[in-house]
Design a protein around this ligand. Structure first.
Ligand code: ADP
Ligand code: MG
Length: 551
């Protein structure tokens, strides 16, 4: 990950103008900061003794002007500087979300949703913060540090050298605490991701939790996550408190020494009063970037750790993607050939081995067999949710890996046991089958799925909100909605994976009609337990341990 700074810098490129504006304003503000103590020195030493009131008023007005300019610069840095960070943050989030859409089932099988959500939200927010403050803060801190030191040397060399002692002291503090800080932030991210995942899973499964009356168990698990978070964040604050107070103390100690020594120089006539006051102001200007560097030490590791995770995420290659030379296919006829297909989810034992199966266009084929035999797996290989490890699957004589994913998947419709609905209206959920469908087509699809009675009975009709994952609908209604969605999509190939297994026999019988309608004229793969479900099948295939036991 040595190219991290380069990759970070690449995000600034589209915003060069904004960056230049922000950066130059921040630099100008820093310079004005330096000019102020000098102005005070000149004011006291040169202007005051002249007793010229007009000049004094003029100088004050000049000072006011400087402050007004500075206020304007602050606005630029505050608004446009943050705009820069925000633009980079949203661009990164867009890229991450885009990448998320490309990742395969195999990736999501091994992820916790809460972790992924944390990456796209909190991580990127912290990166955005660094993107804004990052380069300019560090540059300005160093610039003011050096500038103030030069001016102090110009005013009084021995005093300046005395003040500069703070630099090695701070460096030692940074060396001691910086590493611990980085490590603690890394750990803290892990803790946050952990409890995000815990909360996410708890809410998703809250109905199961309450059905089992396992709230206490969940509370205990959460208390552990929460406790870990508390301990880690406390550790972070402990390190922060120690380093901040030590750094504050050493700075103030130096300041007191400088005051004493300065007073002595003034008494001995080696320094003017104005020079002394100006010098004390310079000491404060000199200390500010040291404070800044301390806070940079706090925010940088957070942003950097986040950026590193972000890069790692973008670098995970989607293991299912368009192969080289893949071509889009039009509407397929639906002749399916599994040729010598082997597949396993992991390196361990294969789920399918050397499966051969030919399905004619328009044929309805049913898979039966014990649970875990590999029926769902056979179906999942067809839309390339996973890729075969050996052999090939052909549709209309073309290897599915020679088709673009989009065109392949547009030819296949799937209805599963647990229907996932989006938290919108019935209309939106049906239209998900084809986003550009007209109102008439949506109504027609609803009728085909025999959903029109259900819709008519609802006060809001098609605009009824289905609730998260469709919780406000019954199992049969959800299944019908899923069928309507596929009717709208109208693919030549259909997969019904235990589509009616969760329903009671009566509802199942009612839905059979909708399914029969759906299967008409399509190559259909049915997975089912009940004989009634597969009565219409042209052929029944028994799967045992990933092999065809009988037909
Ligand atoms: P069926 O649909 O016939 O009940 P599956 O095809 O779902 O069976 O599963 C076949 C085997 O593959 C099972 O042993 C199951 O544990 C395993 N399996 C299914 N899905 C996954 C997955 N996403 N990751 C790892 N193993 C899986
Ligand atoms: Mg299954």
């Amino acid at each position: 990950m040595t190219d991290l700074p380069k990759r970070f810098a690449a995000y600034y490129r589209p915003h060069r103008g904004l960056f230049a504006l922000d950066f130059s304003s921040a630099v100008a503000a820093g310079l004005l900061e330096l000019a102020f103590p000098i102005a005070v020195t000149l004011f006291i030493d040169r202007l005051l003794p002249t007793n010229q009131l007009g000049l004094i008023v003029l100088a004050s007005l000049g000072l006011l002007l400087i402050y007004i300019v500075n206020a304007g610069l602050q606005v630029v840095v505050m608004y446009w500087g943050h705009m820069l960070g925000l633009k980079i943050e949203t661009e990164m989030r867009r890229k991450a979300f885009d990448h998320l859409q490309k990742l395969s089932f195999g990736f999501f099988d091994n992820q916790k949703t809460g972790h992924l959500v944390a990456r796209l939200t909190k991580d990127l927010e912290e990166i955005g913060e660094v993107a804004h403050h990052g380069p300019e803060d560090l540059f300005i801190a160093i610039m003011t540090l050096i500038g103030a030191l030069v001016l102090m040397l110009w005013v009084h060399v021995p005093l300046a050298l005395m003040t500069a002692i703070i630099v090695p002291v701070t460096a030692i503090l940074t060396a001691v605490y910086g590493k611990r800080m980085t490590a603690t932030w890394h750990a803290l991210y892990g803790r946050v991701a952990e409890f995000n995942a815990r909360i996410e899973e708890n809410i998703g499964g809250i109905r199961v939790v309450q059905a089992f009356a396992n709230e206490d168990h969940e509370r205990a698990l959460f208390a552990e996550n929460n406790g870990n978070y508390l301990a880690t964040k406390l550790e972070a604050y402990k390190v922060m408190a120690a380093s901040m107070s030590l750094s504050y103390l050493s700075m103030r100690f130096v300041q007191v020494v400088v005051m004493l020594a300065g007073a002595w120089f003034v008494v001995r006539g080696e320094m003017t009063a104005g020079g002394f006051i100006g010098f004390l102001l310079l000491v404060n200007v000199f200390f500010r970037p040291i404070d800044k560097i301390n806070s940079i030490i706090e925010t940088y590791p957070k942003g950097l750790a986040g950026f590193q995770r972000y890069c790692q995420f973008l670098d995970t290659r989607p293991d299912i993607a368009d192969c080289d030379g893949a071509k889009p296919v039009e509407r397929l006829k639906g002749a399916i050939d599994y040729c010598n297909v082997s597949f396993g989810y992991g390196a361990e034992k294969p789920v399918l081995s050397a499966l051969d199966l030919a399905i004619k266009p328009g044929e309805t084929i049913a898979f039966v067999g014990s649970s875990g035999a590999g029926k769902t797996t056979i179906c999942s290989l067809l839309p390339r949710f996973y890729d075969v490890t050996k052999g090939a699957i052909l549709i209309d004589g073309i290897d599915i890996r020679d088709m673009t994913l989009k065109s392949l998947r547009s030819n296949i419709g799937i209805v599963q046991q647990d229907v996932f609905l989006f938290a919108g209206t019935i209309r939106e959920n049906i239209a998900y089958g084809r986003l550009d469908a007209t109102e008439a087509e949506i109504v027609e699809a609803a009728r085909g799925a025999r959903l029109e009675g259900v819709i008519a009975a609802l006060p809001a009709g098609l605009d009824t909100i289905v609730g998260e994952r469709g919780v406000k609908l019954s199992g049969g209604q959800k299944q019908r909605l899923a069928i309507a969605r596929i009717l709208l999509k109208n693919p030549p190939i259909l997969i019904l994976d235990e589509a009616t297994s969760a329903l009671d026999p009566e509802t199942e019988r009612a839905i059979q009609q909708s399914l029969a309608e759906l299967a008409k004229g399509r190559t259909t793969l049915i997975v089912a337990h009940r004989l009634a479900t597969i009565a219409h099948a042209d052929r029944i295939v028994v799967i045992e341990e990933g092999l065809i036991a009988e037909q």
